[in-house]
Design a protein around this ligand. Structure first.
Ligand code: 4FV
Length: 225
């Protein structure tokens, strides 16, 4: 998969996407990641990428010209152009799976008060929000999407790290898990997990996942019904 990112903060991407699983996916050629500086697509002396909103109001907006030029240069026929903004659809595991099967992505990260509306109208195939809060720019949302999608690409997670049995894979939260020691400061691991009775263990885990989801995220239960 090829992921291009358009940003004013290319430096923020150094680090989080250079470690562990994402690093290995890039080294293995399973993910080709390119970070593009939006200012490279502004050609006036001040490389202007923002301007005041028509009709007044606080702050500045991202201008259409640099972003249109960048997308027209970077996006191929099949590239899915995605805007990161608080008014996008809420990013989740099923969207991550959808994008992992979608082919190449071009992520446009926001800044200032947001985008000129013509960017949204003409260029965006999709708009994603990582949550109902306002960040300083769209770099972190882009990294969140890249991380969640990359680990679902075939060959990225070894079979010991399968993405099958994890939170949200069945639409439920994960069941409680334990590792050695079987007793720690008087806290014992549930007997059933030490029983070797795999059918019983599976039943216990399914019940625990359902109970935990009902307690913490009843909205997820409603979704699966
Ligand atoms: C955001 C979010 C987000 C809004 C103003 C960037 C900031 C600035 N993006 N999910 N939440 N973006 O807060 O995606 O333009």
């Amino acid at each position: 998969m090829k992921i291009d990112v358009l940003t004013l903060f290319a430096g923020m991407f150094a680090g989080p996407l250079d470690e562990s699983i994402i690093r290995r996916a890039r080294d293995a050629g399973l993910l080709k990641l390119a970070i593009h500086n939006l200012r490279d697509y502004a050609h006036d002396r001040h490389k202007t990428v923002d301007d005041k909103p028509f009709g007044g109001g606080p702050g500045m907006l991202l201008k259409p010209e640099p972003i249109f030029e960048a997308v027209e240069k970077l996006a191929g026929e099949k590239t899915r152009v995605i805007l990161l903004s608080p008014s996008g659809r809420k990013f989740n595991q099923s969207i991550a799976r959808e994008l992992a099967e979608a082919g190449d992505l071009l992520l446009i990260t926001g800044h200032y008060e947001g985008f000129d509306e013509r960017i949204r109208q003409e260029l965006a195939d999709d708009e994603l929000s990582i949550g109902d809060y306002v960040l300083t720019n769209g770099a972190l949302p882009a990294m969140v999407v890249i991380d969640a999608v990359t680990r679902l690409l075939p060959g990225v997670l070894g079979d010991d790290q399968s993405s099958q049995e994890e939170s949200f894979s069945e639409g439920l939260l994960e069941y409680p898990q334990y590792t050695r020691p079987a007793e720690f400061r008087g806290m014992k691991v549930p007997e059933v997990l030490l029983s070797g009775n795999h059918a019983e263990i599976a039943r216990w885990r399914a019940e625990q996942a359902r109970v935990r989801t009902q307690e913490r995220r009843p909205d997820l239960i409603r979704k699966t019904e």
